[in-house]
Ligand binder design. Sequence first.
Ligand code: FRU
Length: 517
Amino acid sequence: MAMISRRQFISQSALAVTTTLSRGARLDAQSGQVVDPLRQRLADDPHRPQYHFLSKANWLNDPNGLIFWKGHCHLFYQYSSTIFPQGPKCWGHARSKDMVHWEHLPMAFTPTPGGPDKDGCWSGSTFINNSVPTAVYTGVLPQVQCLATSDDDMIIWRKFSGNPVVGSPPAGLAVTGFRDPSIWKEGESWLMTVGSGFQNQGGAVLLYASKDLAHWDYLHPLFTAPPFERRDSARASAYEPIGTGDMWECPDFFPLGRKHVLMVSTQGRVHYFVGTYSDRKFRAETHDLIDGSGLHYASKSFEDDRGRRILLGWVREARSKAAQNLAGWSGAISLPRVLSIDPDGALQMDPLPELAHLHGRHHRMGDAEVAGFLPAPHIQGFSLEIQLSMELGSAREGGVSVRRSLDAVEEATISYEAATQNIVLATGRSSLSPDAGGGTYRGALKLKPGEPLGLTVFVDASVVEVFANGRTCLTGRIYPTRGDSLGVGIFAREGQAHVKSFDAFEMKAISRDRLTT
Ligand code: FRU
């Protein structure tokens, strides 16, 4: 560390105080500490999660460049210093030893005036080239692919002087977008996927090859929307008129067990395909959703130091733009999910086991019959993990209620609906605020004969993440207004259900100040 004189130290500290004070901070006379009202407001904001990763303030979207390197998981993320309207995107940076506790690091890189990323450093990935941490990302506008390299700690990044390394989409292809690259090595060749698509035809993942990372040849689409997807109106939505949309963002392609998995973000929800990879083409065998709600988006995965495939996504807000601006922060990173392939060829998604290190006070209920609402009076709060194993019996629907006010005017419910074989996350009544958004989100779940419903529900202030039997996930946002909206209970509608076990844990916070420092 460079030594500085006492005089320099005093003048630099004075400068730091003046700069902070000029943003509306004040000096606390008793403690001599600088009090920043925005930071303090965010640290006290009851809607700000306590055990999810968040930026210190302002806007966060996609996780980028996930990688395990020298004892740390590095998480980069799309960051803007304004919420609405958004400013040019930068790569925020954090790291963690256990993927539970996170440490903020300086911004990795920001747009270079006059450079190919002058209007933003959009999503991308990291990889190691000859021991050198390297990032590939999309510079805008127009959308081009750029490289940057870093020192050993991944703290300081330098952009490649030959950027952009791919300056336009393949000649002759009219694409809907050209962004969010990932790079890996196969033999002597580097391969790169880029998210793209063709208007009114469907999404596409374009495949490139290179020997030196600086010069790239377009090969062919790794995968395009299968024809049945283009016609499948049952899956269609306002965002996804042709099933999986016509622009695939943030493609993520990786081997898992004996299969390969491709995830794509379709400007609505995140879809996954499980299949095989040969001749540098992917052939899909099964297809489903990473999350049914659309509030978990832009998922990316990486392999950790134990060889596990870990997935993270962007947890979007449901509340109005005005409410997000007023709050001073927007977006969170999902809890890590461990991926595997189940015997039916579907993706199995389980919460990271290390999250159990956050377990605090525990309340357990054994065998019980439920008809109507059964409160769990011994456990309540806004920071919980709930595990429910239930046999639906004669009930039409059964599940749990969280963040429930004493008079039940505010609550969010997570249940299984027998007739539709759907997991239902209902957040429409979770807040009295007209700005809260929310709705009813569904995910298909076929229980096998004799298989009980197995729900794991994480409640973290405004974030609710649901894992059902390891196969169906739903993410929601809730912004209760009432101080007593903390209750928990189990319910069964139109019949009687059997609770095999109910375990609720208070979850400890991962920082003292909701990650505002
Ligand atoms: C997905 C996305 C990416 C893009 C980034 C910009 O949410 O639209 O396609 O690179 O966000 O922030």
